[in-house]
Design a protein around this ligand. Sequence first.
Ligand SMILES: Cc1cc2nc3c(=O)[nH]c(=O)nc-3n(C[C@H](O)[C@H](O)[C@H](O)COP(=O)(O)O)c2cc1C
Length: 193
Amino acid sequence: MTDKLKIGIIVGTTRDGRFADRALEWFEGKIAARDDLTYEVLDLREVALPFYDEIAPPAAKPVTDAAAQEWEKKLGECDGFIVLTAEYNHSIPATIKNAFDYAFKGWHRKPIGTVGYGGVGAARAVEHLRMIAVNFGMVPVRGAVTIGGADFVKASKGTPIAELGDHLDAPTKELLDDMVFWGRAAKWAKANV
Ligand SMILES: Cc1cc2nc3c(=O)[nH]c(=O)nc-3n(C[C@H](O)[C@H](O)[C@H](O)COP(=O)(O)O)c2cc1C
């Protein structure tokens, strides 16, 4: 029996009235139904990191800020991450980039997936995030959930995401299956290579 992997679900936006809460409520139901994963919600609103203000990058020197130290510790407890992300001006929200800048070890050599939402399902933001993740030695997985176009408009107006239809089921399964595959592979490699 393989141990369950622990996935950190990162809620990436922090503003009042954020769509992220709708995406989280729906996605938590999906991940909770899996018997091969556990998860913890890492909400950047609650983590409340300052804007990056250290004398060196975390890859070179441990961070000194107390919230950032706690952040690195939380990341270290996870085997992989799924980021719920919007697209702000064709990239990831600054809150997410700041959260990446503020850690290193906790991200290193772990899989990362996304639930993107917005007019184009945050597609451009997701591609940027994948490039950033590579610099942390992460494995950006192929599977991805995209809540875009008419789905995003309907959900923004109040239709629960679960009621949009079953077309999100297959990408959700692919994303979570990929997280399990690469999460197990990375864990095995860390112990054996
Ligand atoms: C500063 C800002 C920039 C945005 N830029 C984009 C964009 O480039 N592409 C897009 O599809 N939507 C864009 N939007 C609209 C967001 O997709 C939409 O507001 C979404 O609900 C934001 O996620 P949130 O509610 O979790 O903050 C932008 C919104 C904000 C606040």
